[in-house]
Design a binder for this molecule. Sequence first.
Ligand SMILES: Nc1nc2c(ncn2[C@@H]2O[C@H](COP(=O)(O)OP(=O)(O)O)[C@@H](O)[C@H]2O)c(=O)[nH]1
Ligand SMILES: [Mg+2]
Length: 237
Amino acid sequence: MKISLCVPMYNESSIIAQTASTLYGYMSENFGEDFEIIFADDGSRDGSAEIVKGLDLPNVSVVGYEKNQGKGCAVRHSVLASSGDIVIFTDADLAYGVDVIKKAVEIIDKGEHSVLVASRAKHKEGYEGYTFIRKLASKTYIKVLNLFGGIKISDAQCGFKAFEGEKGRRIFSLCKTNNFAFDLEVILIAQKMKLPIYELPAKIINHRESKVNVIKDAFRMMKEIAKIKKNISKMVF
Ligand SMILES: Nc1nc2c(ncn2[C@@H]2O[C@H](COP(=O)(O)OP(=O)(O)O)[C@@H](O)[C@H]2O)c(=O)[nH]1
Ligand SMILES: [Mg+2]
């Protein structure tokens, strides 16, 4: 069984060498040689791609493009370039740590769920370290997504997700969203395909300043959802 780990990166030169070696060490230890790590360079201007290539690690590759397009585009590129029986994506700062990788593989490998999403809402300390206002915003936001977006899970935006390989590639082949709303598109397509979704409790281990602007991004997100829903309504499975 081969595991594909996809990591989107945009101007991550300060941490990416560390991330690549941590992931390479973790994957070799747990999966021998049956893995690939694909870094998706989202048009970085700080040499992130060159740093990863320069490490010359076995089973580690870089895909990407020149112009910054957004996380959704980067993740899609790497997932579609993957060939694993299980495909996972996670953030370059390893915000959820590495232990979730093995847990996700175990669950997908059981065969009952072809999609797994990490959820801060399911973890008793999932929102530890969040300011009151960010926690409130995050929780209100998911309620809105549940009510108006048709999302049936407890945390759509978490940056760690895993898929049975062919299902993951099928989902991403139908995705069009380049920006940060792509997570919603992935979930809505999975729901429309009637794929059972497993929610893995997770907490942020590595807090990094977020660029999310609570009010501005909430409005943008509503517009994105409308677009996504229109696109998905035309899909038949
Ligand atoms: N902010 C940002 N991150 C990107 C972009 N493209 C890819 N990424 C990657 O997406 C992941 C999440 O980014 P981060 O800034 O931590 O976003 P947040 O955790 O949602 O606040 C990281 O691995 C980034 O390197 C982009 O255009 N903007
Ligand atoms: Mg982050």
